[in-house]
Design a protein around this ligand. Structure first.
Ligand code: EPZ
Length: 428
């Protein structure tokens, strides 16, 4: 298995092109199931999760054609997806277990075919992650949902019917699944306490271009008027705000300066506020965002994860790595997932001083981290160890690199181009 080796202590300095957002791309790919016409997605990141979901779509009968980077500004991959005929409405365990986002085929299949059989995703490294809100939402739209032998069996032979769906807690995935299902339902659906993430807005924009009637995406109340059919379109995926935030932290932790090309400030405003409080300058440039640590060490700041527009859970581990070297203490509270502190023991092995009390971690900054062999079990925890390694004295080897490959495109190339001493050690 591949590993990443980092020799720390060099400030990150230069420019990094931000790729398309993984978490926007995944629901957009499943939206291809809603139409018998071709959906073309551009600016897709080249990531293992995208490949996994593509395999699932092919299994449902979607024909997927891959095109290279486009001319001009278009740098990402381009996929053409045509679900002319749905060959199977079953999402099997072997594919779903590789990636939880596979649950996002449920809404589109149910809406288009009146039935879907999707393996129940199990727990994962960051918590039990139930899908009850997705299922209750589909029932509100008139589907019958049963759980048998590890599978969700959902059916609505006469089609879905619009309704009001009130989410008791904010869920990105459930909002996306229900929004897609409602586009082909009869009548109007209102999603109340909907997620407001930029990825939801991007999905709504694509669905609207496909002919869906959607108002209010980006607010906590989304209204969808069902239409008889959707058509194909061409859609460009938004820049990845989590990749953006990760490189903002890389500049912060190493005392460097980077310009993140294509990054959108509004999508990382909460992250910029937190970093500014810690002594980092964040400014908008004509081409993206510029991030530079002011002289001296970072200052400890408290951070609490929240649904958008709050500080994202997907940047909590990276922020913790940065705070591990700050002057003073930082309380980091995780409110979205119950088990998202697996990076803590690994950061401590690198000399960090962190104590977890329930949902909060008290980080007492130390002047220097030291390199060590480390590993983690999800993309964000893994990248936090890479960041810590960039700032640490000596050599860090991050194992289980496939987690990084799920979430970060060309991580080591992008960092090395900015002066980091980082390389991939290719294993068996
Ligand atoms: C999305 O996951 C992202 N994944 C996650 O990205 C991200 O961490 C998360 O949103 C929160 O921002 C994708 O977009 C593919 P949720 P999702 O439903 O949709 C609970 C990454 O590293 N919940 O908003 O699965 C759930 O357990 C990742 O890229 C229920 O209780 O997250 C959690 O505590 C991992 N019942 C909370 O809601 C449900 O039916 C928010 O989860 C659904 C969710």
């Amino acid at each position: 298995m591949d590993r990443i080796r980092i020799r720390g202590g060099k400030p990150i300095d230069g420019r990094i092109v931000i790729g398309g957002a993984k978490n926007a791309a995944l629901p957009l790919l499943t939206a291809s199931l809603l139409t018998d016409e071709t959906l073309v997605l551009t600016n897709l990141p080249r990531l293992a999760d995208i490949t996994t979901l593509t395999h699932l779509l092919v299994q449902h009968g979607v024909s997927v054609t891959m095109n290279g980077a486009e001319a001009g500004e278009e740098r990402g991959h381009v996929l053409e997806l045509s679900a002319r005929r749905i060959a199977s409405t079953t999402a099997p365990y072997d594919l779903v277990r590789k990636m939880r986002a596979s649950i996002l085929v449920l809404g589109p299949l149910l809406a288009r075919c009146g039935e879907a059989r999707v393996s129940l995703p199990g727990g994962c490294a960051i918590g039990p992650r139930p899908v009850d809100l997705h299922l209750k939402g589909m029932e509100r739209l008139g589907a019958t949902v049963e759980l048998r032998q590890g599978y969700i069996h959902a059916s609505a032979p006469k089609g879905l019917v619009g309704s009001e769906v009130v989410f008791p807690i904010v869920s990105v995935g459930a909002t996306e699944n229900l929004m897609m299902a409602a586009t082909l339902a009869e009548g109007e659906t209102t999603l109340v306490n909907a997620a407001r993430e930029p990825e939801i807005v991007d999905l709504a924009r694509c669905l609207a271009a496909m002919g869906a009637e959607i108002d209010g995406a980006g607010s906590d109340r989304i209204r969808i008027r069902g239409v008889k059919r959707l058509r194909g379109t061409r859609h460009r995926v938004i820049p990845d705000r989590i990749e953006t935030g990760t490189y903002m932290m890389a500049a912060a932790i190493t005392g460097g300066a980077v310009e993140l090309l294509g990054a959108e400030h509004e999508a990382v405003a909460a992250v910029a506020r937190a970093l500014e409080g810690a002594g980092v300058e964040v400014s908008e440039t004509p081409r993206g965002i510029h991030v530079r640590r002011r002289n001296g060490r970072l200052t400890g700041v408290d951070v609490m994860t929240e649904p958008f527009p709050g500080f994202p859970t997907d940047l909590q581990a990276q922020m913790m790595a940065a705070m591990a070297t700050a002057d003073g203490a930082a309380m980091i509270t995780e409110t979205i997932f119950e088990n998202r502190f697996m990076h803590v023991p690994e950061l401590c092995r690198m000399g960090a001083n962190i104590n977890v009390h329930g949902a909060s971690a008290m980080v007492r900054g130390v002047p220097k981290l030291t390199g060590a062999p480390v590993m983690a079990t999800d993309p964000r925890a893994s990248v936090s160890l890479v960041l810590a390694g960039l700032a640490a004295e000596g050599e860090t080897v991050v194992n289980r690199v496939y987690h990084l490959d799920r979430g970060y495109e060309q991580l080591e190339e992008k960092l090395a181009a900015c002066g980091a001493d980082i390389e991939r050690l290719v294993g068996d």
